[in-house]
Design a protein around this ligand. Structure first.
Ligand code: BTN
Length: 259
């Protein structure tokens, strides 16, 4: 097992991704090293957002990878590996788990986990990759203006041991990483697509032209989302070029505060 063979535990950090980046630049940590924390002062989300997590309640960790099996322009495979590992472990605990392209993990229409991958690229190779993962485990109330957070506890009514759960997640990601290292890219691609939220069904989306009814048909090797519009055209979208229009109802009660 590579992922989680070395676990560095912190009570409080600024961000596990930042700690991992510093450790990477300081020296040679074994591949698969996990940096985990009970709380992050400056937890980083996608697009410069903050990642909310109540102290000690959830999983917040970063994995250091040296993915020599792939080139820089194939880096979307790292996301497939991580997203599928998280998907696998959650699917063993609850139903209706989906991967919302590109990097959110959903249960029904609510977000249970987020992934932030930061790659250090040198020429056509990836020097190292830091895969930051936040999974909402035991938190019951979310205070940020994130639209639809949910946790395992809210879904199952059970409290989870985050230490035990971390090991399960590492095992699941390790299995998926082994697929990448052994060259089983086809399996990762098929499973990623099969796990996609709103895959191959008509749904409401929004792009720069406005709202439309469309169907997700594919994800390209470089990670673009391929959507067929009901009017007949097929388009490829990069992250943030398309919005999913949410169903009107979400299961969660939410408190909205200003940051
Ligand atoms: C997202 O916006 O969905 C991505 C969230 C990623 C959060 C995790 S928590 C552990 C790691 N450290 C960070 O600062 N961010 C990631």
């Amino acid at each position: 097992m590579i992922i989680g063979s070395n676990i560095i535990q912190h009570e409080k950090v600024s961000s596990t991704n930042s700690v991992a980046a510093t450790l990477c630049s300081d020296g040679n940590l074994p591949e698969g090293t996990v940096i985990t924390a009970g709380w992050q002062e400056k937890g980083k989300g996608q697009q410069g957002n903050k990642w909310e997590s109540e102290a000690g309640m959830n999983l917040l960790f970063s994995i250091i990878l040296y993915p020599s099996a792939i080139k820089a322009d194939e880096q979307f495979y790292i996301l497939k590996v991580i997203a599928l590992g998280v998907y696998d472990v959650l699917t063993a605990l609850t139903s209706d788990v989906k991967i919302k392209w590109p990097n959110d993990i959903y249960v029904k229409d609510d977000k249970i986990a987020g992934i932030l991958i930061e790659n250090s690229v040198m020429g056509s190779s990836i020097k190292n990759s830091i895969a930051g993962i936040g999974i909402n485990v035991n938190q019951e109330r979310f205070l940020s203006d994130a639209p639809n957070p949910v946790s395992l506890r809210m879904i199952t009514g059970k409290v989870f041991d985050t230490g035990v759960f971390l090991k399960d997640v590492c095992k699941a990601i390790d299995k998926r990483y082994a697929m990448l290292r052994s060259g089983d890219r086809a399996r990762l691609t098929t499973d990623y697509k099969d796990a996609l939220y709103r895959y191959c069904r008509w749904h409401s989306f929004k792009d720069h032209e406005g709202e439309f009814s469309g169907m997700i048909e594919d994800v390209t090797d470089s990670g673009l989302l391929v959507v067929r519009k009901k009017v007949g055209t097929i388009k490829e979208y990069a992250f943030k070029e398309i919005e999913y229009q949410q169903p009107a109802t979400s299961n969660n009660e939410q408190l909205v505060i200003d940051n």
